[in-house]
Design a protein around this ligand. Structure first.
Ligand SMILES: Cc1cc2nc3c(=O)[nH]c(=O)nc-3n(C[C@H](O)[C@H](O)[C@H](O)COP(=O)(O)OP(=O)(O)OC[C@H]3O[C@@H](n4cnc5c(N)ncnc54)[C@H](O)[C@@H]3O)c2cc1C
Length: 521
């Protein structure tokens, strides 16, 4: 059954995770005001699945054929990828970051990996995953993706770390399950998820076998400690957006946590674990494109509004027009890569549908760098007001409110309060702690830029391009379109067709030229 946002919030009350926030143990996650924006943002994915206009993209058939949330579904077609991309953009227009597509990305990555494990080694891994996905779909779960390990010393492999808990690994194997320990360092929405999907974050060599583990655990499983940050800027009246919608990130330490066998999907199968990691990256970078396009939509709208509030018509002011077009070009440019990745996607070995790797990675690489241009353009359009505007408390100060609203107006027809709201909105998204959060998640979320560059080169057929150029040389095809026959005939050296005498004469001419003393001219 698909929950509403309210039912999701209520469901968190039955979970008792160990969560620390600001140095204190949290009594009830559902009632903690500093998590409120995160629960609201995740709640958007629940409520939108019930909105008639959004149902076609927010829901699809689950494994049992009944409707399920799009973010818990397995892709079967190009259209599924396009719908997911659109659903991510839609939810992020309202939530900034809506978290649950990470679960979609993880399910789809595990789908092929577990299938391959069973094809190669036998076993029940794929069936266990399908059971778990059905369980998640029928309970409409929120599942945190616990992939990024602490990693310790980056120059060393997991098995070489001085502190083995830098990476989550299997410490014990029992007949009925496994025991895991270690740290996952960055989990979006960590404290207000129902479960965690633990997955390896990098390629594991055979000696790292114990670190190649993927499994699902309830977030209140004994041995898990979650240390979290607030979601956004709750309670801050200047935080127009992130006081209401934002995401918390958390560290989760697993201290000898028992995982029953039916929730173990990968344990030591390093090759398939690598396929899972790569596929997750492809699916997730595709989702990141939708997420940041939603963010871009907010900046485009706010950019137009602040220009107007400042008294400028962005269509008639050439440099404002250019900045607006740049914002649109950036947003739709990387989103177009998401569309291309969807339409050029392929069925993987297990029958699941995966975005094209090159376009997913290029789209994510574009946004990772261009988020800084997006912020710059928003600041350029808005002016310094976004960080200089007196705080919202002044709006209620009898000594200043009337004066400020009079002298700080821009366009005479636009009320001060509206101008202030738009300025605070832009500050929140681009120049505040939340603004920094969006920069860093765009840059590193789904992997650092270097990881995308590697994937692009690994999957792009550069050799085919070299062969193309060679073929142009070989076939004389550079003469195409000039009305000449391009097939090379025996005894002919070019498409025009020189004969032997011409070549001998040319050689004599060349020698004559080279004998001229060029220094005299
Ligand atoms: C806001 C936010 C939310 C996130 N949410 C989640 C989530 O829900 N779940 C999740 O699992 N992860 C999440 N992530 C984590 C994200 O996937 C990682 O930040 C990303 O993969 C980079 O890893 P890192 O942060 O450990 O940085 P590092 O890997 O330490 O990278 C830092 C720099 O070092 C370089 N580097 C690292 N290792 C090497 C090496 N061996 N050789 C050469 N160069 C190297 C990198 O290229 C980069 O330039 C989130 C991140 C952010 C910022």
């Amino acid at each position: 059954m698909m929950k509403t946002a309210e039912e999701y919030r209520e469901s968190l009350r039955s979970i008792k995770p160990v969560v620390y926030l600001g140095g204190e143990l949290v009594d009830s996650v559902a009632d903690e005001p500093r998590f409120e924006p995160g629960i609201n943002a995740t709640g958007i994915t629940y409520d939108f699945a019930h909105v008639d206009d959004y149902k076609s993209i927010m829901t699809t058939a689950g494994l049992d054929g009944r409707p399920t949330n799009r973010f818990l579904a397995i892709n079967r077609s190009h259209q599924d990828l396009l719908d997911k991309l659109e659903a991510v953009r839609l939810t992020c227009q309202f939530a900034g970051c809506a978290q649950r597509y990470l679960t979609h990305d993880a399910f789809n990555a595990l789908f092929e990996a577990t299938w391959l494990i069973n094809e190669t080694h036998g076993g029940e891994n794929h069936a266990r995953l399908l059971n778990y996905i059905e369980y998640a779909q029928s309970n409409d779960l929120s599942i945190g993706v616990a992939m990024t390990d602490g990693k310790g010393d980056r120059s060393k492999r997991p098995s070489q770390q001085v502190q083995p808990d830098s990476y989550v690994h299997v410490t014990e194997r029992r007949a009925d399950g496994i025991v895991i320990s270690g740290v996952k360092a960055i989990i979006t929405g960590g404290p207000y998820m129902h479960e965690f999907l633990v997955m390896p974050c990098r390629r594991m060599q055979p000696e790292d076998k114990d670190f190649a583990v993927a499994c699902a655990v309830p977030i209140d499983a004994p041995g898990i400690t979650i240390v979290s940050r607030p979601a956004g800027r709750p309670g801050n009246p200047a935080a127009m957006f992130s006081a209401k919608f934002a995401q918390s990130v958390a560290v989760a330490y697993f201290d000898n946590v028992f995982v029953p066998m039916e929730r173990v999907f990968i344990d030591g199968e390093t090759d398939e674990a690598h396929i899972m990691t790569t596929n997750y990256a492809t699916h997730h970078r595709h989702s990141c494109i939708g997420a940041r396009a939603g963010f871009g939509d907010l900046l485009i709208g706010a950019g137009a509004m602040i220009a107007e509030a400042n008294g400028l018509d962005y269509e008639k002011t050439p440099h404002m027009r250019e900045k607006m077009v740049d914002l649109i070009k950036i947003t739709e440019g990387f989103y177009a890569c998401g569309i291309a990745a969807s339409t050029m996607g392929v069925h993987d070995a297990a029958g699941n549908f995966r975005p094209d790797r090159v376009y997913s990675n290029i789209g994510k690489l574009l946004l990772a760098n261009q988020i800084y241009d997006m912020h710059r353009l928003a600041h350029d359009l808005s002016g310094g007001l976004v960080v200089a505007l007196p705080s919202p408390e002044e709006d209620h100060n009898p000594s200043t409110a009337a004066m400020l609203s009079d002298v700080l107006r821009g366009h005479p027809d636009v009320p001060y309060q509206h101008r202030a709201n738009v300025a605070r909105f832009i500050e929140d998204l681009t120049a505040s702690e939340t603004g920094g959060w969006y920069s860093v998640i765009s840059l590193h979320g789904g992997g650092s830029p270097e990881a995308m560059k590697l994937e692009i080169l690994r999957n792009y057929n550069v050799e085919a391009r070299s062969e193309l150029v060679q073929a142009l040389f070989d076939r004389g095809a550079l003469e195409l379109g000039k009305g000449m026959k391009v097939d090379r005939q025996p005894g002919r050296c070019c498409a025009k067709g020189c004969n032997g005498d011409e070549l001998v004469n040319k050689k004599v001419d060349d020698e004559r030229i080279s004998n001229v003393d060029l220094t005299r001219t």
